[in-house]
Ligand binder design. Sequence first.
Ligand code: B12
Length: 213
Amino acid sequence: MLTEDEKDALFEAICDGDRDCVVALVTKARDAGDDLAVLLNEAMIPAMAEVGEQFSAGEVFVPEMLVAARAMQGGIDIIEPVLAQTDHEPLARVCIGSVKGDWHDIGKNLVVMMLKGAGFEVEDLGVDVANEEFAKALERGNQVVCLSALLTTTKPQMISVVNHLREVSNGAKIVIGGAVITQDYADKIGADAFGEDAPGAVKAVKRALGMVA
Ligand code: B12
């Protein structure tokens, strides 16, 4: 089990972009059988929030955010196979992408992990995804489209995706999320559901499919 000092070291390693240290500590936690969801929520996600605050304060710049994101992803890559394990038949097929113009993918990757763990089959379309790519994913048999946006400038892009998908598909369920998205916004643009975080994404997808109220 990681000690409190090691958890602090993990937080610092993400902030500093020290990928090797993140990989070493997360590997140690996994091998010790630690609860990786707790580690993610208590040490790793707060580290990304800290980097964001430092960026807002002008203390770090884009390159630092990028190395922090790479370090974080190094840890996520170790956690994903553990949290995404499931023996069940897929509940439904879901695709997800960050909308056109948005390159942020850490939150989206966590949503992918949680959805897989909850028993969904997930097609990850990546970042900067054009409206047509979401439409093609529906043609491939995905029942739900999840959209992620982290920027105030890419938030309106969701309106364009929703309108496009409503034109080309009758039954598509659309779930949206990301730091700049709210339930009000989801209602306003006609999305089927909104999720605040990765566990919330699972609930939102189930809600959109009518599996839960
Ligand atoms: C890392 C980072 C980057 C990295 C991204 C690397 C990567 N591979 O993702 C890089 C360096 C590329 C980057 C670039 C930029 N960034 Co940036 N970035 C961040 C940072 C520090 C962390 C983002 C993150 O990973 N958060 C942690 C994850 C876990 O949280 P999350 O993404 O919100 O996801 C959770 C929920 O939102 C939800 N969720 C997410 N997606 C979805 C989808 C669905 C369907 C659902 C249901 C839920 C859901 O679940 C997730 C898990 O809990 C944030 C600061 C912050 N506090 O968020 C700034 C931040 C988002 N960036 C910001 C800015 C301004 C930029 C740039 C414009 C900077 C520049 N001048 O170039 C560029 C834009 C590039 C582009 N076109 O996308 C601003 C955005 C301000 C705004 N409101 O518009 C922020 C908030 C920093 C700040 N405080 O000013 N960035």
